[in-house]
Design a binder for this molecule. Structure first.
Ligand code: CTP
Length: 418
């Protein structure tokens, strides 16, 4: 079977089996990154969405109508004058459950912000009453231009999710901010926005900091003391916050996971580096979530050369010293009034009692307590937890995907920010 699924989608449409599928409009505007939207389209159709592609005329310079039509299994038009009897300029937007524009050029953002409607995509944006996601891609100068900044701010204020572009290679040999994020990660944003339905992105205008992964404390140039944290829960928190409109800084300790779309990722190694990065990012943050597994101790001495075994002698014991407790520090010295601080506690026994004691000791507002063991939580896709509040609240989160726990954490944070 053709893996892009176009013909299959068409057959489903004829037999009416598309009826229950969420309807997604994929708008494509005229930038070189248009080819990446093919991958986004494939992910959307293969995960059970009914996708209608609406390119702009300029987009067709980069990827032709035949490609969009074959991949989506639907007709493709850029103008309002085709199939006028079906009133497509109104119907496509009205029927959509989600509109995602990827890539969104600076011109498209300007038209959307000002309510212009000179083609099918801009008409669709005006008739849509569903959530709208823009994934901008352009040169850094264009992204940073005050005109673009104001248009993006307008769109966000009206409830759209505008994903921050990634930093990296641009069209030519130049690099900078303006690159379209990985289509797999744009898909993750779409999935989350669709799941939230018509609820407004409630973290728009907020800056949130999430730490993720596990710190490594070096013994010598080739060895370290580490832990088994995969970073999945922290990344799920970052992805979810971005889909709810937040500006997100993710401080990632030794994680191999891909950068989430729209998230500013800062890579660190040790607990001391993590502390520095968190303190810097937290200075203007509305919320800080410490999901990283931070080593409580580090070797007192770092050997500049590799530690060698000596045949006739027992190994030297390793002396450890305490690392700073970042969660306790940022809880005690809030960088700004009303900042919400969230900690995580991994416990093996007396989970709730230990959690309550830890919440008090650390001084944070919320503590996510989960039980860990050989096969539980570390590296797994799922989680089960209780979120304890400093106000005495207790919110159980049933066993399920890490993004469900992330949604609950942000619900509780958003409540406190209000
Ligand atoms: N944490 C931190 N700095 C540290 C250690 C932990 O900020 N040096 C944070 C973690 O990111 C997590 C929370 O504190 O949010 C709980 O970590 P945990 O290791 O469970 O707490 P400890 O105080 O180390 O308690 P114990 O080892 O006694 O269970």
């Amino acid at each position: 079977m053709e893996s892009y699924g176009g013909p299959v989608a068409e057959v489903r449409g004829e037999t009416g089996r598309d009826v229950d599928k969420p309807k997604v409009v994929l708008g494509v505007s005229g930038g070189i990154a248009a080819y990446k939207a093919c991958e986004l389209l494939r992910r959307l159709t293969e995960s059970g969405h009914d996708v209608r592609v609406v390119p702009t005329a300029s987009a067709l310079h980069f990827v032709g109508a035949a490609t969009w039509s074959a991949l989506s299994g639907k007709p493709v038009s850029t103008e309002v004058w085709d199939d006028v009897h079906e009133v497509p300029h109104v119907r496509i937007g009205q029927q959509a459950d989600l509109v995602v524009v990827a890539p969104a050029t600076t011109d498209l953002l300007a038209k959307a912000a000002h309510g212009l409607a000179d083609d099918l995509l801009t008409n669709t944006l005006l008739t849509a009453r569903c959530p709208v996601v823009f994934a901008p891609a352009m040169h850094t100068e264009m992204w940073e231009h005050p005109a673009t900044r104001e248009n993006v701010a307008t769109l966000r204020r009206r409830g759209a999710v505008v994903i921050e572009p990634a930093v990296g290679r641009l069209t030519g040999v130049d690099t900078g901010k303006g690159r379209l994020p990985d289509p797999a990660e744009i898909f993750e944003v779409c999935r989350r926005v669709l799941a939230r339905g018509v609820r407004e992105p409630d973290l728009t205008g907020r800056h949130v900091v999430v730490s993720a992964g596990g710190t490594r404390e070096p013994l010598d140039p080739v060895r370290f003391l580490g832990n088994r944290s995969s970073g999945k829960q922290g990344y799920a928190l970052a992805r979810t916050a971005a889909a709810r409109g937040a500006r997100v800084t993710l401080i990632a300790a030794n994680s191999a996971l891909p950068d989430p779309a729209g998230v500013d990722v800062v890579s660190v190694g040790t607990a001391v580096q993590l502390r520095e990065a968190v303190l810097e990012a937290a200075s203007d943050a509305d919320a800080v979530v410490m999901a990283a597994a931070v080593a409580d101790f580090r070797p007192a001495v770092y050997a500049a050369g590799k530690i060698k075994k000596k045949d006739d002698r027992e190994p030297e014991p390793i002396t450890l010293v305490r690392n700073p407790d970042i969660l306790a520090e940022i809880s005690a010295e809030r960088a700004r009034a009303g900042q919400v601080v969230v900690g995580f506690a991994a416990e093996t026994d007396d989970v709730l009692a230990n959690g309550r004691a830890k919440l008090k000791r650390k001084g944070c507002d919320l503590l996510v307590v989960n039980e860990v063991g050989e096969r539980k939580t570390f590296g797994s896709e799922e989680n089960e937890a209780v979120v304890l509040g400093a106000d005495g609240s207790e919110t159980p989160v049933a066993h399920g995907p890490k993004e469900a726990l992330a949604e609950t954490v942000w619900d509780l944070v958003a409540e406190r920010l209000r």
